[in-house]
Design a protein around this ligand. Structure first.
Ligand SMILES: Cc1cc2nc3c(=O)[nH]c(=O)nc-3n(C[C@H](O)[C@H](O)[C@H](O)COP(=O)(O)OP(=O)(O)OC[C@H]3O[C@@H](n4cnc5c(N)ncnc54)[C@H](O)[C@@H]3O)c2cc1C
Length: 301
């Protein structure tokens, strides 16, 4: 019996959807990635706790995946259990007139729409970022001058032993595309957000404006993981890449987008190997020709 079969069987007993040898290309926006030994959609806190405890006791690795919109999964896949938060983890509720509680498995799109419906402003920037709320807190996702740190008040999580905890705003160590969760490896289960009242028509107008800008500038017709590189101090990654004549450069099925040089797109059959070698070439060329170091924003698993 394979070690991960223990988790697979437990997931079935707990009523969670579970699949063996699941291609992770189905669960990443890049549409790249080999198979995970087990892929489980966990729907309740008690199931999550039971699965994490069993992973710990049986020494099985696990990985939490949100919408897979900021990751590059290896062509060899993942030896262990991939966990996706579903069911209860997608619930969103209004706590008081300016406070929202959102499960970490909900999409940013669902959360932004909920805030609009409640007449709450502060999340317009998130409309169009194709991630989950858990992934967005982990990354401190941001755009158009807004970031998760501006609206997050506290975060609930579970540790590897299945115990719950909470971290308040001041201790979340938010920075440019980072948070305390990049170090502690806890699973974010839910987020409390404090927002301000706003006129729904103004909120809607901002959301439309931001989405329009994305559609104009980003190659949304191709699979990708968004901006591959962090913005270096004093410059823009896309502009530097373009300046080095790398727009359209490809390795196998991976290509520096012609529309937005900060994106690498999957033109059809890209492998993680193609993307990684293209990243290396871009980094080397940009460093040689401009002196700037491009650091990956994308998480390479
Ligand atoms: C077209 C496109 C446009 C994008 N535009 C932007 C943008 O404007 N701004 C921006 O910041 N990003 C952008 N991104 C990147 C991405 O959407 C964000 O970083 C998003 O927040 C990632 O969320 P996710 O759920 O997809 O996380 P994933 O990619 O699934 O995971 C990212 C990391 O978070 C961890 N993680 C996920 N969920 C949890 C959890 N519940 N608990 C603990 N760890 C967790 C994962 O293990 C992984 O290490 C874009 C991506 C695409 C494809």
């Amino acid at each position: 019996m394979d070690k991960t079969d223990i988790i697979f069987d437990l997931a079935k007993i707990l009523g969670c959807e579970a699949r063996k040898d699941e291609p992770l290309s189905r669960h990443t926006t890049f549409k790249i990635g080999g198979t995970a030994d087990a892929y489980i959609k966990v729907t309740t806190l008690s199931s999550l706790s039971a699965i994490l405890k069993e992973c710990e006791e049986s020494d099985i690795d696990y990985l939490i995946l949100g919408n897979g919109s900021n990751v590059l999964v290896s062509d060899d896949g993942y030896r262990g259990v991939v966990i996706r938060l579903d069911g209860d983890f997608r619930k969103i509720s209004l706590v008081d007139d300016t406070t929202i509680y959102c499960g970490a498995g909900a999409t940013l799109a669902a959360l932004s729409k909920f805030a609009l419906k409640c007449g709450l402003t502060g999340l317009e920037f998130a409309w169009g970022i194709p991630g989950t709320v858990g992934g967005a807190v982990f990354m401190n996702a941001g755009a158009y001058g807004g970031e998760m740190k501006d609206v997050v008040y506290s975060v609930s999580h579970m540790d590897k032993n299945g115990a719950m905890g909470r971290i308040e705003k001041d201790d979340l160590a938010f920075g440019y595309r980072t948070s305390v969760y990049r170090q502690n490896k806890y699973i974010i289960t839910g987020v409390t957000l404090r927002m301000s009242h706003g006129a729904p028509k103004d909120i809607r107008a901002k959301m439309d404006d931001y989405l329009g800008r994305r559609t104009d500038k980003q190659p949304l017709e191709y699979p990708s993981a968004g901006s591959v590189f962090k913005r270096p101090e004093g410059a823009f990654a896309g502009a530097l890449i373009e300046q080095c004549g790398l727009k359209g450069k490809s390795h196998g099925g991976a290509q520096v987008s012609e529309k937005h040089a900060g994106f690498i797109i999957n033109t059809g059959r890209a492998t993680a190997h193609d993307v990684k070698s293209l990243i290396r070439e871009v980094q080397t060329e940009v460093a040689d020709k401009t002196g700037y170091t491009l650091e990956c924003e994308l998480i390479i698993l």
